[in-house]
Each structure stands twice: as C-alpha cells, then as structure tokens.
Design a protein around this ligand. Sequence first.
Ligand code: GAR
Length: 212
Amino acid sequence: MKSIVILISGRGSNMQALLKAKLPCRIAAVISNKTDAEGLEFARKHGIQTAVVSHRDYSDRASFDAALAQTIDGFQPDYVILAGFMRILTEGFVKRYYGKLVNIHPSLLPAYGGLDTHARALHDGVKIHGCTVHFVTPDLDHGPIIIQAAVPVLSHDTEKTLAARVLNEEHRIYPQAIRWLCENQIELDANGRVVLHRHKQSAHSLISPGLE
Ligand code: GAR
C-alpha cells in the first residue's frame, strides 16, 4: 500500500476531505509550517501523526525546505500532498520530489495562478472558473494537470459564494486524484503530461455537476 504525507498551512478542509475519503493508502503524517494550523487538531483526533516545521525558525527558504524535506523523508511517503500549503517551495525541493509532489489550486490552471483567484476571476467576468490538481514543478502553480473541475460563475456571485462552490469541487476532485495515484492509475508521459488509465472515469469527473 502506498503512503502519503499531507502538508497544510491552515484550515485543512482539503486534508479533511482526503482523510474522510478512506483512500487506499496510509496517511503517514500531516505536516504544517504553522503551529496553530487548525487542521492539525482534526488530524490528531483522527489518529494521524502530525509534525510542525515552522518557517519562522529558518532564515531563508533553502534552509526551511531542507528541514521540511528531512521531516517528510522521516515518514518515507510515496507522495507528498500539498493541501493549502501556502509556502513557495525552492526549485531544489520541487525537483527532489518531482512526480511525487501534488498540489490543489483554486482556479482552472494555467489561468489565475497565485493568490486571490476568485476575486480576479470575478473581476475579469469569466463565466467558468474552477480548481485544478496538478503535479508540482518549479514554476509556481504550473505543472502536469491530473484533474480539473469547472464551476460556472453566476451573475450574483461574490468572492465568498464562488469560493464556497469551488471548494466543494476541490473536496470532490482531490480525493479522486489521490485515489488514482495510489491505485497506480496515473503516469507522467515523456512530454510531462498526465496519462490516466481509466479514461472513461476521468471524463465524468472533470465536469462539475452543474454543467453535466
Ligand atoms: C484551498 O482553496 C486550496 O485550493 C488553496 O488554499 C485553500 C486551502 O484551504 N491553495 C492554494 O491557493 C495553493 N496555491 P484548506 O486549508 O481548507 O484546504
């Protein structure tokens, strides 16, 4: 059975969705860069080992990332799952875990990388927004896409209502993506694109229920 480590910085609702999904893998640990990350308590209550590597204890990104990698490697995970882990990672860290490091981002990448994705989508008047699970590459919020969910933008949407609908989809697609990974359903091809063995299943999962 594969094992995963989940990295969080705050609320941890995606981490909770992963824990509740009863995935076919061992959740070796939940690690946070913040001692007061709300999600840590949830993980502890569910019997998951937790660890904190505070970025405040390190003078630069490289030394923080080295300490983080040491902690991660102590759990010997097959995959490192970023679930609202709000730190920019160094190229060295990302390369060390290439093909094993997965992120969820609240937009349809490559559109709206970075912060404030919902406000920017509303500002631009896009009609379709969403979320993306992808392998992490040194380019921030880029990398081979595993799954996306589209969310229609409604005329009365505020940042809050749109964020809530996107988050619902995040909670649906992240467990799906990690399930595929743990079941060896996903491969990265020579062009750095994701190949999914169960094409039919993915076709249904890509579209949010409102658009089906
Ligand atoms: C989620 O919306 C996730 O997509 C986003 O942070 C939120 C964390 O919520 N991640 C990023 O923006 C990464 N670039 P959560 O802690 O409740 O899972």
